[in-house]
Structure formats: structure tokens, C-alpha cells
Design a protein around this ligand. Sequence first.
Ligand code: MOS
Length: 739
Amino acid sequence: MSTETLQIVGRGVDRVEGRAKVTGRANYAADNFEKSLVHAVGVYSTVASARIAGIDDEEARRAPGVRAVLHHGNIPKLFRSPNEMDDNTRVSEVRTPFEDERVYYAGQFVALVVAETFEEARWASRLVKVRYTDEQRPAVSVAESERANGQRVHSETPDYRRGDAAQAWSGAPVRIDATYSTPVEVHNPLELHASVAKWNGDKLEIHESTQWVVGQQRALAKVLGVPEENVTVLAPFIGGGFGGKLFLWPHTILAAVAAREVKRPVKLVVERQRMFTTVGHRPATRQRLRVAADAAGKLVALEHETISQTSLVHDFLESSGQTSKALYRCANVTVTHRLVSGNVGTPTPMRAPGAASGLIALEGAMDELAEAAKVDPIEFRLRNLADADEEKKRPWSGNHARPCCEIVRERFGWTRRKAEPGSMREGAEVIGWGFALASWSSEREEAEARAEFRADGRLRIVCATQDIGTGTYTVIAQVAAEVSQLPLERVEVAIGRSDFPQGPISGGSMATSSVTPAVIDATKKAIEKLVETAGKKGGPLAGQAPDALEYRAGAVISKSDGRSASIAEVVNAARLASVDGEAKAKPGEERKKYSFREFGAHAVEVRWDPGLAKLRVARVVSAFDVGRVINEKTAKNQIYGSLIMGLGMALMERSVYDARTGHVVTDNLADYLVPVHADVPEMDVTFLNIPDEHMGGFGTRGIGEIGITGIGGAMVNAVYHATGKRLRDLPVTIEALLG
Ligand code: MOS
């Protein structure tokens, strides 16, 4: 389909589910009050490294309203999930809840109390007495984790080498050797993790706040040891995920088990405090960058070593070096990753996992190198951008990073920048301008969808994907409206149920690029079917062969005599509820021919007032090469959100652990700082809007994650340009600037 003829795809239409959200009709997991519902509240470990010697639940069991107390001593048999991405059984923690009597981190579930009311469950949870033994001093920092448990290679992330980076680095005229560190950060979606589990005989129905209804269904079935078809996961609305809700966590399993035990529906909401311990975080990293350039300002060596912290129960790696393999043209590249385990909850993907933390370090080091080489930071990038993917040895499916840099340079007014740090001032404020590239992989996975032309004349699209707030409802509706030439109001979208045709995960920025090709094909098939049905015996255009008929904007029309029949007429004449088309769309050979990535660039202005010790980000100018944008409004919404989240990463967010007890001391939204409206800068965002002709569908890539890649680096670079202080331990705080 050519761009010129598109009617609805590309328009910034309002969210189709917006009204349901603002009127409170949208049903989120914790909004489900099943008849005879009981409530579950967790008991969480008060120590970070120990063995449970015994649990005394007598008093809790006798407390008013209590129906069950579950723990290691009495949990029914559970099974480990195979934990494979390919068969949709990936979980957040391979260890099942209460599997052993060990405590691996503070805030780990050690028991679960179920009672008639939430208040009764909470009260009784305080009465459960857990006796700990073998208590050890926990290892909570990266350094202590390494000291206590050593470094390990992550089984899925081999070392990468091309050329000889160490040698090239040693012999180069301009060299940087810099170590950056990033802290534990927490997703903190506004909607808490929540599960409402209900068994009907041996069938489980569970309302979940999840980014992957299909994965949640498969993994939960494996863990519970029941057939997949016995588990239905419902998630029509999700209040943000950012990676924290991709895979199964212990609370969901516990809700399902508790409901089976007490034979009542069970609700379990993870309170905000526990969102800092038991449902994942972005792990802390330490990253050493050794980069070097020749006399002409060309990159000749790049070494990126990452140490990423994980828990003692599951290996998750923040692959910070992933982007360093392919973003720049460079003959000598080494990228390594090591894991260190500590007494912290299990980390998990968080918005642009690897790239967000990695590009702070990489783009920081590039800024340092550009300065050492006396080349303007944008000019330095333009000289060194990769023309092809040198890691995969393939051409790009499309790489418009250069125009992104040029647009940002132009719109920001970069040419007025003075190179000397601290040399740009306005009144009491020192101005700093920083730059960084953005990049994220453009994945796509197999997806199915069904399109139903219904007896009421409407088109309904059905798919087991979900909308985590990103606009999936709206883009599916736009794509179906485009193909069917129906007004948007006549398209319905049904998603968020695992028993619908299998749809994609809302993760890795791949939901839109995966689901829309299936929606296009399913709608086309439904159209074919509608045309065929119209000409059948008893149909409104009976006797006309399908090729004598054509579909146009909600009607089947005879090419010979011009007679036409509406969708409703065709479907009703056939005495059907709907005429359907189903399709499966998957990526193909193009994935072996090309390398797929999104690209972008950011320039940032910070203002530092040394007298008041006030640092703020004044403006951000970004441009992105993300393929075709289906909805300008929801797309910008994603980018604004991720730029703001990047601001949090650069200047505010950090989970602080007490080194003695292993407790998270910033386990609330007062102590864990996130940007608020007053912190949000002016944001100028441009989409190149060049369709990626190899992606399939309308040529869309992803949008959810690229905004947070690079932005933290641009901010840290801007702080350096203002203050002359190269701060490499994130977040950059006022205290560090004053120190
Ligand atoms: Mo994303 S971290 O795959 O939700």
C-alpha cells in the first residue's frame, strides 16, 4: 500500500479506549471483585540471607477470617517452568515460590495469608512468626556481590570479538579508558502488580496485570502442572509495565495456588513497597569502556566490558554492550558481559534493557573521545556511524541515523555551541549542551489475528496481545480501518485474553510490528470471505462469481451491474453471526538478509546554577528513524514518556540498599525519586517517518523503548559541558556536583 493513499494509518487519532479509561469503565486486574472473593497478603522476609528454621503460623490461623496460611512447609507441589522464550514459557524466576527454605533477598515471599477481607489478611500476616537461622551478611552492591560470589559468564551471552581491540587501543593517538556505573532502578508502573485467580473445577481464570497473556498462560500451566487450555489469562487493561510485567512472578503463582487451596477466588495485590523487591528491577552495572581514535577522528578501537548484577535464584543479564557491537564503524571491537550474584531480588528487563544503561556509558565515552580528539560531538558521530551492521555482516534494512543527527543539530541550534565546558552562561546559570545517539533492535515475532465482519455491520479484530498503555488498541483499529476502508468507529478491537488467536508480547518494542501484519492479512481474508458469501446461494448478490464482485468501503459491489450489499446484509443473509478471516504473519527470509534496528539522536540543554546548587534539564531535541509511524499521537506519547524516564535515569532514580540488612531503603515514591511535571523539559520530537520496506505490514519499527536509549548519555554529557565534571556514577546528583 502506498503512503499517498493511506487514510487512517499515520493520523494522530485519539485512543479508541481513552473514554473507557477516563470514565473508570476500563477494567484493570485489581478491579475484579468476584463473588465470594477472599484476599491474600504476603509475608516477606525481614532478612536478606538466611535459612528458615521454622514457621509458626498457629496464631495467624486462629485470627479472624483466616482461611489459609501457605509457606515452605505446606505449599502443594509446583513444577519449574522450562523457561524458554521460544515456547512461551519464560519466567522471571525459575525457582518456584517457597520451593526451598532459603532466603535469598530481603522482601522475598516466605508465606502467604488468605482471609475473608484484606484487613483480616493483613492483620494475620503480621502474626506469622518466621524463625531464621544461618543468617549471613548480605552482598548487595556489585562489588560485594563479586567479592562474595565471583563473576560468571551468562549462558545466553557469549563474548564478542572482531579485530584486536586491545592492541588497536594501545597504539592509538587518542584514547579513553573510563568506568561508568548504573544503579538498580525500579519500573514503578502506576498500576500495581495484581492477580485475581478463580478456579472452575480444574480450569483457572486469572485476571493479571501482564505484558504477555500468552506467556503468562503457558508458564503458569507448566508451574501448576495443568494443561495449557485449562488456564485463561485476562488482561484487557494494563496500567504500565516497562518490562516489569513481561514474565511470571511468584505472586501470580501464589494467587493461583491459594485459590485452588481455599476453593474461592483470591485477590493478591503487590503493595508499592514490595514492587521494589519481588517484581524485578533494572540491575546495577559497572561498565568499562576503552575507546580510541586515530588522528583523523576515526574510531579504531572499542572495548565494552559489563558486569551486571543478578539475584541468587535466577540469571538475568543487563546486556549493556549489545549496542556497542554495531552502532559505529570500527574494525576492532570487544564486548564482554559477566554476571555477579547478590542478595537482591531478581532483575528483569526494564525499558530498553541493556541499551538504556549501555548507551549512557558508550555515549559518555564517545563524548570523552570526541573531546580528546578535538572534534565536535555530532561531527564525531557522523564520521563514525556504521554504514552496515559489522556484527551480523549484513546491510541495514534502513539506517537513517545521519539525518536524525542533522535534524537534531539544526532544530537545537547546536552550531552556536562553544566547546569549552562552562563557557556558555546566562545570568546565574551555566548552560551545558550534550549529545548522544539512540538505537534499539527492531524485532518482530509470529502473530495470529482474526477479523470478524459482524451481523451488525461492524468489524471486530480479535488477538491475544495486550495494550500496556502504549496504544495497541488504537493502532490495531487504525490498521483494520485502513484495510477495510471503514470509519474507525465501526472497528472494535478485542485483545487481552490468552484464548484469543495467539498474539505478540508487549515487549521489546515489537507488539505493533508483529501484530499489524497479522491484522492486515486477517482483514483481507475476511474481505475475500465476505465477497464469496455475498455471491453464494441465498446471498444478496447470489449467482455472481467472486471475481465478478469487489469489496469497497463496507459493501460488496457487482462489477457488472453495480448492485451492492452492505456488510450487515451479506452476513445476515447467510444467517451467520460473523464472516471471519484468520491469519498468521511471521517474519521471513528478510531477517537473514538485513539487520533491523531503530536509530535516533538527542541533544539536551541543562542549566546549572552553582549558587543555588540547582540542576535542571531545560530542553530536549530528538529525532527518530522508527519506520512508519501509525499514530503520531500515541507514538509521541511513548517518546515523551521514555525521555522523561531517561531523565530519571540520568539525574534521579536509584534503589538504595542498606549494606548491613540488605533492605531497600528507598522502597516508596517519596524516597525513590522520579521526575514530576516540574522536572519535565521542553521536548521537541521529530519522526523521520520513512517506512522500513523490509519490516512487513506498513513498515513500522518499534517506538516504546528507543526514546530512553541515549537520552541519559546526552544528559550526562550536557552536565559535563556545563560543569566540567565528568560524572560516571549514575545518577548524577547535586551532591556529586558539589563534591
Ligand atoms: Mo520491555 S523492557 O521488553 O517491556
